[in-house]
Design a protein. Structure first.
Length: 243
């Protein structure tokens, strides 16, 4: 796996922290890693963005690249148009990722919002970039009520475009999960059509960098370089027996 596209089922669900965890595990294994953020929105010039958060958590051995930045917290295409700035297009994303892949063992492409968020007025999406790259797509999802529908819709969008679904990571797993969250652990693989690839504990992004890097492998499954086990997690955190 040279390029991995990281998307989500919405905003503020843990994509950046998940990206940082994947990067941290890869760096610890001795791999060279680059993180590409095609479009950063809602951040003023000079302020730290998502790639800066990844470097803070995963370490400065990660190469950060940002292609476009727009000040308003909107979909990239809308934010670009309102700012009077050129949008980032799938071909640019693919070209940048391929250049990084020539000098890095792993390139993580972190999208904005969900898979089908528009990058330009023509309706180009992260899925178009993934198709140009022929790259697998990792889906980060919420733990709680409503996540099953979003995960299933994302999985269907991936399948309809012939894209590879590399798994679902729960972006923020609570310390005390409620019934819906516990049931979703068992249901997510069924609706996604792929297995769980990890679960990031709530608040992981607030850990010290040292604590984050030490813990990352325990939050991600073997496909992402970690030691987290979906079967063990489901048995421990899944729904209680009826009655």
């Amino acid at each position: 796996m040279t390029v991995l596209v990281v998307t989500g089922t919405g905003t503020e669900i843990g994509k950046t922290v998940t990206t940082a965890a994947v990067a941290a595990v890869a760096v610890r294994a001795g791999r060279s890693v680059a993180v590409l953020k095609p479009a950063q929105t809602g951040v003023a010039p000079g302020d730290p963005g998502d790639v800066d958060d990844v470097v803070r958590l995963a370490g400065d051995r990660v190469t950060p690249v940002e292609l476009g930045r727009y000040p308003e917290p909107l979909a990239p295409g809308t934010a670009a148009a309102r700012a009077g700035l050129p949008p980032v297009r799938p071909a640019q994303i693919a070209e940048a990722a391929q250049k990084l892949a020539a000098s890095h063992d792993l390139v993580l492409v972190e999208g904005a919002g969900g898979l089908l968020v528009h990058f330009d007025a023509e309706g180009s999406t992260l899925a178009d970039a993934a198709r140009l790259l022929d790259a697998p797509v990792l889906v980060v999802a919420r733990a709680g009520l409503g996540t099953l529908n979003s995960v299933q819709l994302t999985a269907e969008a991936l399948r309809s475009r012939g894209l590879r679904h590399s798994g679902v990571v729960i972006g923020s797993w609570p310390r005390e999960p409620d019934l819906a969250e516990r049931c979703n652990v068992a249901d997510l693989p069924r609706v996604a059509g792929v297995g769980l690839a990890g679960a990031i504990p709530a608040g992981a992004g607030t850990l010290t960098p040292q604590e984050f890097r030490a813990g990352a492998a325990r939050w991600l499954g073997p496909a992402l370089g970690g030691v987290w086990d979906a079967e063990t997690f489901t048995a421990a955190e899944g729904p209680p027996a009826f009655g």
